[in-house]
Design a protein around this ligand. Structure first.
Ligand SMILES: [Zn+2]
Length: 545
């Protein structure tokens, strides 16, 4: 295990990994850039390829390539380990000791992954056999390359085509059910052999399949859009337009965002998230050159989604369905996002179209709409108007729906601007709006645990002299003898112990001191000289005070 980690660190350059998320500039022997963990204008985030570590002097975040990816992607250590091992071409040694999941659970997860992958391959194959479905996708504006890239497929309009196929390749019925691809027929619940003998049928029948991927790009679930009924099936019910995989051990709806595995790096780079409603909206946004789009998969926006997205960017563009239900859902999402510290914008699409419609007609129009998005407050002020019968009703609606949004905004300046906007719109005084706002629930009351917590700075409380000595002790260990000579061996040993928790921080500070235009020797000499002067001054004071 430990040797695996070391091997990965040896083979992978942390600069390559971090560089996918942060634009890094070489500065001497380290690289620096704007910290991805807090908002800043000037770079205080440093990466050392030599040591394989990173450190932010602004917010204190620091660690190695493993902790970096965990924090950025919101994943856990085992996931990152697997991901990096693959990248480095290292076969992980199976470990027997402590781990989160038991070997049985692990094995079960693996089998479910196999079921998902096999199902997606099966659906992909079936789509290739259906010219009419391919035609339909074309009429929706989906290019062939997009079909391939997003691994779209087709679930035949049969009761158990997937089940029969999967079982013929050796996959177990229980696993197919557990992965969410089959339903048991209504019979007694059982386990083991009993379950194996139950009749089961496919969950997705006669549907266009959109696979949903985990962060490493493996399918873990699917979303199916209705295309045709199973022949002879007698049901008067209009089938649901979309059905999604149920929650499984692999698929947690409140945490999964459709497209995030591909959008992640773009979101980070462009510092913007586009959240769309549907599967078509999502793939067509990407196809249209908006690769920072993600979609929910069969659930409303959750604080968990926002926590995952918030690590990548705090600028959120909410692309809403223009109908009343879309606006209602949008109000909720916008409120939650504002409370979580996001800057929320909403694009206006002409004539109640959705992003997929616009992308099909003209991708440039979609891009333009996203670029010219309104602030959430402005958008809802406009969107709520048509539904009201008179100005009094409108004012009431604004009070109930828009003021909570304003109350959720963290910046007082922005709040003031919004107050003025609402006052102008309603033809009342700023003071009246402000008074009403005061009665509105303040922020953080609705959605607990999503406030924008900034990590405390880890900066140790050190005197300037201690800091300087520490930088030399850890950044340039060859200077230790000289330091002992200047300050006494006991003091140096004590200080070294005391500063041990901040060793990495101090090393980065030394690197920063060396910078681009200097050398280790030069900086060490300068620092020792200044320490010597400080010591001399101290002695001088002691003598006379
Ligand atoms: Zn930072």
């Amino acid at each position: 295990m430990d040797s695996d980690v070391q091997q990965i660190k040896d083979r992978i350059n942390i600069v390559d990994i971090v560089g996918q998320y942060v634009t890094l500039r070489r500065a001497g022997r380290t690289y620096s850039g704007k910290c991805p963990f807090h908002k800043e204008r000037t770079p205080s985030f440093h990466v050392s390829p030599e040591r394989g570590t990173y450190k932010c002097f602004g917010c204190g975040e620091g660690g190695d390539v493993f902790s970096f990816l965990q924090k950025m992607d919101g994943t856990d250590f085992p996931t990152v380990l697997k991901q990096l091992a693959e990248k480095a071409g290292i076969k992980l040694t199976p470990r027997s000791g402590a781990r989160v999941a038991t070997p049985e659970q692990k094995e079960h997860d693996e089998r479910l992954h196999d079921v998902c992958e096999a199902a997606v391959v099966f659906f992909e194959q079936k789509l290739k056999e259906r010219k009419d479905v391919q035609e339909y996708l074309k009429t929706r504006g989906v290019h062939d390359e997009t079909v391939t890239a997003w691994r779209l497929g087709y679930a035949p309009a049969e009761w158990d085509a997937l089940c029969r196929h999967s079982m013929s390749t050796g996959l177990s019925k229980i696993d197919i059910v557990d992965a969410g691809f089959a339903l048991k027929s209504e019979r007694k619940p059982g386990a083991g052999a009993e379950r194996q003998n139950e009749r089961s049928f496919d969950r997705f029948r006669g549907r266009i399949i959109f696979p949903i991927f985990d962060m490493s790009g493996k399918p873990i679930a699917v979303s199916g859009r209705f295309f045709e009924k199973v022949p002879g099936a007698k049901s008067d019910d209009e089938p649901a337009k979309y059905i999604n995989s149920p929650e499984t051990v692999l698929f947690k709806k409140s945490r999964v965002l459709y497209g995030l595995d591909r959008a992640r790096a773009h979101i980070r780079k462009l510092d913007c998230i586009l959240l769309v409603e549907g599967q078509f909206d999502l793939i067509l946004s990407h196809q249209s050159g908006l690769p920072f789009a993600v979609a929910l998969s069969g659930t409303a926006l959750t604080p968990e989604h926002l926590a995952i997205l918030g690590k990548l960017s705090k600028r959120l563009v909410l692309a809403l369905d223009a109908d009343a239900a879309g606006i209602r859902a949008g109000l909720k999402s916008a409120h939650m996002a504002l409370v979580a510290g996001f800057d929320v914008k909403v694009p206006v699409f002409p004539n109640g179209k959705d992003p997929a419609d616009i992308a099909r007609e003209n991708p440039e129009l979609l891009k333009a709409a996203i670029r010219t998005s309104k602030t959430a407050i402005e958008f809802f002020l406009d969107a709520l108007r048509p539904g009201t019968k008179d100005s009094r009703a409108y004012a009431k609606l604004v009070e109930a729906q828009v003021l909570p949004l304003i109350a959720a905004i963290g910046s007082k300046i922005e709040q003031e601007q919004c107050i003025r906007m609402v006052a102008a719109r309603l033809g009342v005084s700023d003071a009246a709006v402000r008074a009403e706002l005061g009665k509105t629930k303040t922020r953080d009351t609705d959605v607990p645990g999503t406030s924008d917590v900034r990590p405390e700075s880890m900066e140790p409380a050190l005197t300037p002299l201690e800091k300087k000595v520490g930088m030399l002790l850890f950044g340039r260990s060859s200077s230790k003898d000289k330091l002992k000579e200047l300050l006494g061996a006991d003091y140096i040993v004590e200080l070294e112990n005391r500063l041990q928790p901040h060793a990495e921080d101090l090393r980065f500070r030394f690197d920063a001191e060396v910078g681009e235009h200097s050398s280790d020797e030069q900086i060490t000499e300068d620092m020792l000289a200044s320490i010597e002067t400080a010591v001399a001054k101290e002695r001088f004071k002691m003598k006379f005070l």
